[in-house]
Design a protein around this ligand. Structure first.
Ligand code: ATP
Ligand code: CA
Ligand code: CA
Length: 408
């Protein structure tokens, strides 16, 4: 995959913050994980554990480079959630904290949240507002129960909720979640789909020079994109999407989107498929007819890539730098099991040489007073149903109708 974001070195403005976040996670998570597993109690959902770190250290906390305070929220609940998400406890800590390296994406949304990737790009740390933090705590029990019953959910996977307090008093809340996009495959097009039309166009002329542009609903429609899933996978996908959306409606959430990354197998990765190689394979070569295998992993793309590589030693050596397969927990989940995503298939389940990476993100905005006001004022200028701030029931119905009608 393509590396995104800037590595945070010692001289980076947010180095201290990163150091403190990772230290807190390392100590907090390993402390909880070291204990014997037990049943959750109601108190676990509201629990918070305080840690005070300083440069001297004591018998409870090791000495650190900086003085700061750290809070670990509902550690036992997140420990169990990580289990449902098939995360290996030591893997999780190693990925996040072994090297103290994160890369910062900066603040791609309007909200001012910052995004950080773990060294291996499996995890995202997102700083969130205090209101989002409170909201997540208030729905944690329902979220937890839902995840337990819906292992194949498309909703954001939350692995931890924490807070860092810097000496001058600034409090920074953050969540740790799954990166929907895989480290080993380039994403050729990205869409953030909400089901609303107003303000949902990324200028197409600007998109031409920016392959990383986060495109929106009207670009998706304008480019005549759709999800091709074949009958069986489509039914399963729609059912899951419907259930996930119903939960959002029940919890009064809005403003979430279906984040969609599209990987084209023929284009491959810039890192390991040189331009010259692409002409060797015509699209038809990849359209192998096959029965859908929803439980078994699918190795077609890997086989294709290997074939390409065999014919060119240079390409082969380049490819060795990338992981050959996705061996992460993703293979346990229906919609993330093909190379970490979901293979596009035609009406006869033929492989279309495209992989979708998708999930429902930004799910911590309840329909509050603020949004109601926005709805009221925007309603004067635009048809009320088309703007993005509509009540949760309406928002969910519209979100579903767009996501589901996406196939021709
Ligand atoms: P806003 O509220 O203005 O929409 P935000 O700060 O809440 O912005 P998000 O909507 O959560 O941010 O995400 C912004 C962008 O970051 C997404 O469009 C996507 O490109 C990327 N992103 C967010 N979450 C993930 C994820 N789990 N995996 C991969 N990329 C993500
Ligand atoms: Ca968003
Ligand atoms: Ca948001």
């Amino acid at each position: 995959g393509v590396l995104v974001g800037n590595l945070i070195g010692q001289d980076h403005a947010n180095y201290v913050l990163m150091y403190n976040m990772l230290t807190g996670i390392r100590i907090g998570v390993s402390r909880c994980q070291a204990k014997l597993k037990r049943e959750l109690t109601d108190a676990d959902y509201t629990a918070r554990h305080k840690f005070s770190f300083d440069i001297v250290g004591n018998e409870l906390t090791p000495s650190t480079k900086y003085d700061f305070k750290f809070k670990d929220y509902a550690p036992w609940v997140f420990r169990e959630l990580r289990e449902y998400f098939y995360l290996d406890p030591s893997d999780y800590l190693v990925s996040l904290t072994a090297k103290y390296i994160l890369s910062e994406l900066g603040s791609p949304g309007k909200s001012g949240s910052f995004f950080y990737f773990s060294r291996d790009y499996r995890f995202i740390i997102k700083t969130i507002r205090h209101s989002e933090h409170k909201f997540l705590r208030s729905i944690l029990k329902e979220y937890h129960e839902y995840i337990k019953k819906n292992p194949h959910t498309l909703l954001s996977r939350f692995y931890g909720l924490h807070r860092v307090k810097l000496p001058r008093g600034r409090k920074i809340h953050f969540v740790i979640m799954n990166n929907l996009f895989p480290p080993h495959r380039d994403i050729h097009e990205t869409y953030d789909l909400k089901g609303s039309a107003i303000g949902r166009l990324y200028p197409e002329d600007k998109a031409q020079d920016n392959p990383r542009a986060i495109l929106k609903d009207l670009n998706f429609v304008g480019r005549d994109r759709h999800f091709a899933l074949g009958p069986e996978k489509k039914a399963l996908f729609e059912e899951q999407l419907r259930r996930d959306t119903e939960l959002m409606q029940k919890l009064g959430i809005m403003d979430y989107s279906l984040l969609t990354g599209i990987h084209n197998v023929i284009r491959g990765n810039v890192d390991n498929l040189r331009d010259g190689m692409l002409t060797v394979f015509q699209p038809d070569t990849v359209k192998m007819r096959r029965k859908p295998t929803l439980v078994k992993r699918d190795a077609d793309a890997t086989a294709l890539r290997k074939a390409v590589q065999r014919s060119d030693p240079k390409a082969l050596s380049d490819a060795n730098k990338l992981p050959e397969q996705d061996m992460s927990e993703r293979r346990m989940f229906l919609f993330y099991q093909d190379e970490g995503g979901m293979r596009a298939t035609g009406p006869d389940n033929e492989d279309l040489g495209v992989i979708y990476y998708l999930g429902i993100i930004d799910i911590l905005t309840p329909y509050t007073f603020v949004k109601r006001v926005e709805h009221f004022f925007k309603g004067f200028k635009h048809p009320r149903d088309m703007i993005s701030a509509v009540p949760p029931k309406r928002y969910g119905d519209r979100f579903l109708s767009v996501s589901l009608s996406a196939e021709p």
